[in-house]
Design a protein around this ligand. Structure first.
Ligand code: TUI
Length: 314
């Protein structure tokens, strides 16, 4: 039986590139699509004309399917929607909100829509609105997160909807992929592992910080402001956590946090940058080419899922 996501998208392996703002750009996006997954341009913080240029660059690099992630807190989303509709991109994923008001325009353009959902209720709502699939993202993920873990969230969403489910959060190798498929997901979305790839257009110091990270080196800040974000702990997150504990004015928090991801990605600022990364950063020990990451992941997942169990079955 063929994989539902591979059939829907016309791809070889059911592996999505996380639509990481400022990170999921060329040449990382086409590298994932060329390797058989689906590369996704992170449109968060990207002006609409730059988004159009990135789409053009991906199309020049590969004929394979790709997608665009719309970060719904971005004020230029209405113009970004016009760009993806005009370009007829094969896939749109959304995050950090509900894409309800854009759904009709995207569907009319023949675009497949996979919203990121942090809860069962939202997954059900998205399916009713016509989503072609959902991405169930656990709080192990880097960046803006929900409250539930991947292990608990994925099977509950799988049981609640009939569209295919992509699992995200805490997946960086074939073991994680096998676990997600065992929970009923049809595919996986991978962020942090691809950030630490050769093709990621990210400052080397940010990549090295991911390699250095151990299991407990990420921290969530912004919970008290209703916008929890997971990053590698550094000087910035320590100050932000202290501001929250002291109940300081949110404007003081904002003035330090704003532009943090740009500082991390483009300047490699390890002190004042927001080094967004998932909990799985501790597992990542080397910077590898995207094709090798995908090949290893798929080979290992298949090996695990075909080897059976070492206990008697009733
Ligand atoms: O969006 C993400 N992760 C992100 S976005 C981002 S950019 C950023 N930059 C600076 C500060 C903050 C963010 C970095 N990481 N993941 C997908 C995601 N979506 N996680 C959680 C959600 C979500 C939350 C609420 C999706 C829907 C939702 O719906 C609320 C509603 O409207 O019902």
């Amino acid at each position: 039986m063929a994989n539902r996501i591979c059939e829907l998208l016309g791809i070889r392996y059911p592996i999505f590139l996380g639509g990481m703002a400022h990170v999921a750009r060329e040449p990382l996006v086409s590298a994932v699509s060329k390797a058989g997954g689906v590369g996704i341009i992170g449109a968060g913080g990207m002006p609409p004309d730059e988004l159009a240029r990135q789409i053009e660059l991906v199309r020049r690099a590969t004929d394979r399917p790709f997608g665009v992630n719309l970060m719904l807190m971005d004020p230029s989303v209405p113009e970004q929607v016009e760009v993806v509709v005009r370009a007829r991109v094969p896939l749109v994923t959304t995050g950090a909100g509900s894409p309800a008001k854009y759904m009709d325009a995207l569907k009319e353009a023949g675009i497949l829509v996979f919203p990121v959902v942090p809860a069962v209720k939202l997954a059900v709502r998205m399916e009713r609105l016509g989503a072609d699939g959902v991405i169930a993202e656990g709080m192990e993920s880097g960046g803006h997160i929900g409250t539930e873990t991947t292990m608990a969230l994925v099977p509950q969403i799988v049981d609640a909807v009939s569209v295919p489910v992509v699992a995200a959060g805490g997946i960086a190798d074939g073991r994680g992929m096998a676990a997600a498929l065992a929970l009923g997901a049809a595919g996986v979305q991978v962020g942090t592992r691809f950030l630490a790839s050769e093709e990621a257009p990210v400052h080397e110091d940010y990549k090295r910080a991911v390699l250095k990270a151990q299991d407990r080196d990420t921290i969530i800040t912004g919970r008290t402001l209703g916008r929890p974000v997971r990053c590698l702990a550094n000087k910035l997150t320590k100050t932000l956590a202290r501001y929250e504990a002291e109940g300081r004015d949110p404007e003081e928090f904002e003035s330090l946090a704003v532009g943090g991801l740009r500082r991390a990605v483009y300047e490699g600022d390890l002190e004042k940058g927001s080094l967004m990364a998932g909990q799985i950063a501790g597992l990542i020990r080397d910077i590898k080419p995207v094709a090798e990451i995908i090949q290893d992941m798929v080979r290992k997942a298949a090996e695990i899922l075909t080897r059976g169990v070492d206990f008697p079955t009733p």
